[in-house]
Design a protein around this ligand. Structure first.
Ligand code: NAD
Length: 295
């Protein structure tokens, strides 16, 4: 299924002004990627402390890159100069592309998309970084859904090469092609996926987490033992380390959403152990405690 009709943004259009909604883990990382590629970036969040944190984190990351000799101080200034941290959605009004990276909740995302559409031009492309929600359903919040698609970065966005591009049922082919080219020009490897729950990587990853949780819940091995064993198989992180890294709030909601979207197929059943961590506020690295403790 593809939508050939739209005349907005043909493939010769350029994307140079990028808006990001949500200055959390993903939004801040995507902003760094786009700014490094030379785009003028506006990073927006409802919380001022998130914006301050994102600016401070970027400062630290770039300082470390200078220290390691990966970039020089001119490049650091150029990247920082390309990002403005803004506290109003209306600041994104001149963007060619806006990527949303807020909480993984369909209704919240739809509401923000509706608000955003009122503030941007008719040919602004509106993308979501959702890990698991239906792009088609998010796009339906727009009067012009042909401009909407999924652009799914992985964590940490500046380091992870892969980006999944997910056209919704309504997305115009021009928009998909332009986004493929743009994201590739940012140094990423693009995989186009159909709009199905979890797309490619998050669907493949569900059993990686859930089987590890089951092995632990059945008392077959400890958390460090499972992580250690998996890492011996050339995985960079064990499943528990990875869940702590991603954040249990984000990871659990993605599992719940994939489970529901596949009509409660037991293959994707969420784990009570992980649910309890979320209820305790033990989200992993970002809160200082998850399966492991972080200083
Ligand atoms: P996060 O909790 O770190 O950040 C979300 C940010 O959005 C917060 O700063 C919050 O203040 C802000 N926010 C919430 N509502 C807002 C609104 N209405 N307007 C503006 N800002 C708002 O979350 P994250 O881990 O960066 O995840 C964001 C999205 O990216 C989710 O859809 C998630 O599924 C997806 N994702 C996450 C990962 C990951 O590993 N964390 C990887 C790929 C995709």
């Amino acid at each position: 299924m593809s939508n050939q009709k739209s005349t907005i943004k043909n493939q010769d259009s350029q994307i140079s002004k990028v808006g990001i909604i949500g200055a959390g883990t993903m939004g801040a990382g995507i902003a760094q990627v786009a700014a490094t590629a030379g785009c003028e970036v506006k990073l927006y969040d409802v919380k001022q402390d998130q914006l301050d944190q994102a600016a401070a984190d970027l400062d630290k990351i770039l300082a470390r890159l200078v220290q390691k000799g990966r970039i020089d101080s001119q490049e650091r200034e150029r990247i920082q100069g390309n990002i403005a941290h803004v506290d109003a959605l209306s600041e994104l009004s001149h963007c060619d592309l806006v990527i949303e990276a807020i909480v993984e909740n369909l209704e919240v995302k739809k509401k923000v998309f509706g608000e955003l559409e009122k503030r941007v031009s008719d040919d602004c492309i509106i993308a979501t970084n959702t890990s698991s929600l239906s792009i088609t359903s998010i796009a339906s919040a727009l009067k012009n859904p042909e401009r909407c698609l999924g652009i799914h970065f992985f964590n940490p966005a500046p380091l992870m090469k892969l980006v999944e591009i997910i056209p919704a049922v309504q997305t115009s082919t021009n928009i998909t092609e332009l986004c493929k080219e743009t994201i590739a020009s940012w140094g990423k490897t693009v995989a186009v996926a159909k709009d199905t729950p979890g797309f490619i990587v998050n669907r493949v990853a569900r059993p990686f987490y859930s089987e590890a949780l089951r092995i632990y819940e059945e008392g077959m091995a400890s958390i460090p033992a499972i992580d250690k064993a998996v890492k011996q198989m050339e995985f960079r992180m064990g499943p528990f380390e990875l869940m702590d890294f991603i954040g249990h709030d984000v990871n659990y909601v993605v599992t719940e959403s994939v489970f529901e979207a596949f009509y409660y197929d037991p293959r994707y059943k969420p784990s009570l152990t992980q649910k309890r961590l979320v209820e305790a506020g033990w989200m992993g690295r970002k809160s200082g405690k998850g399966f492991y403790e972080f200083a």
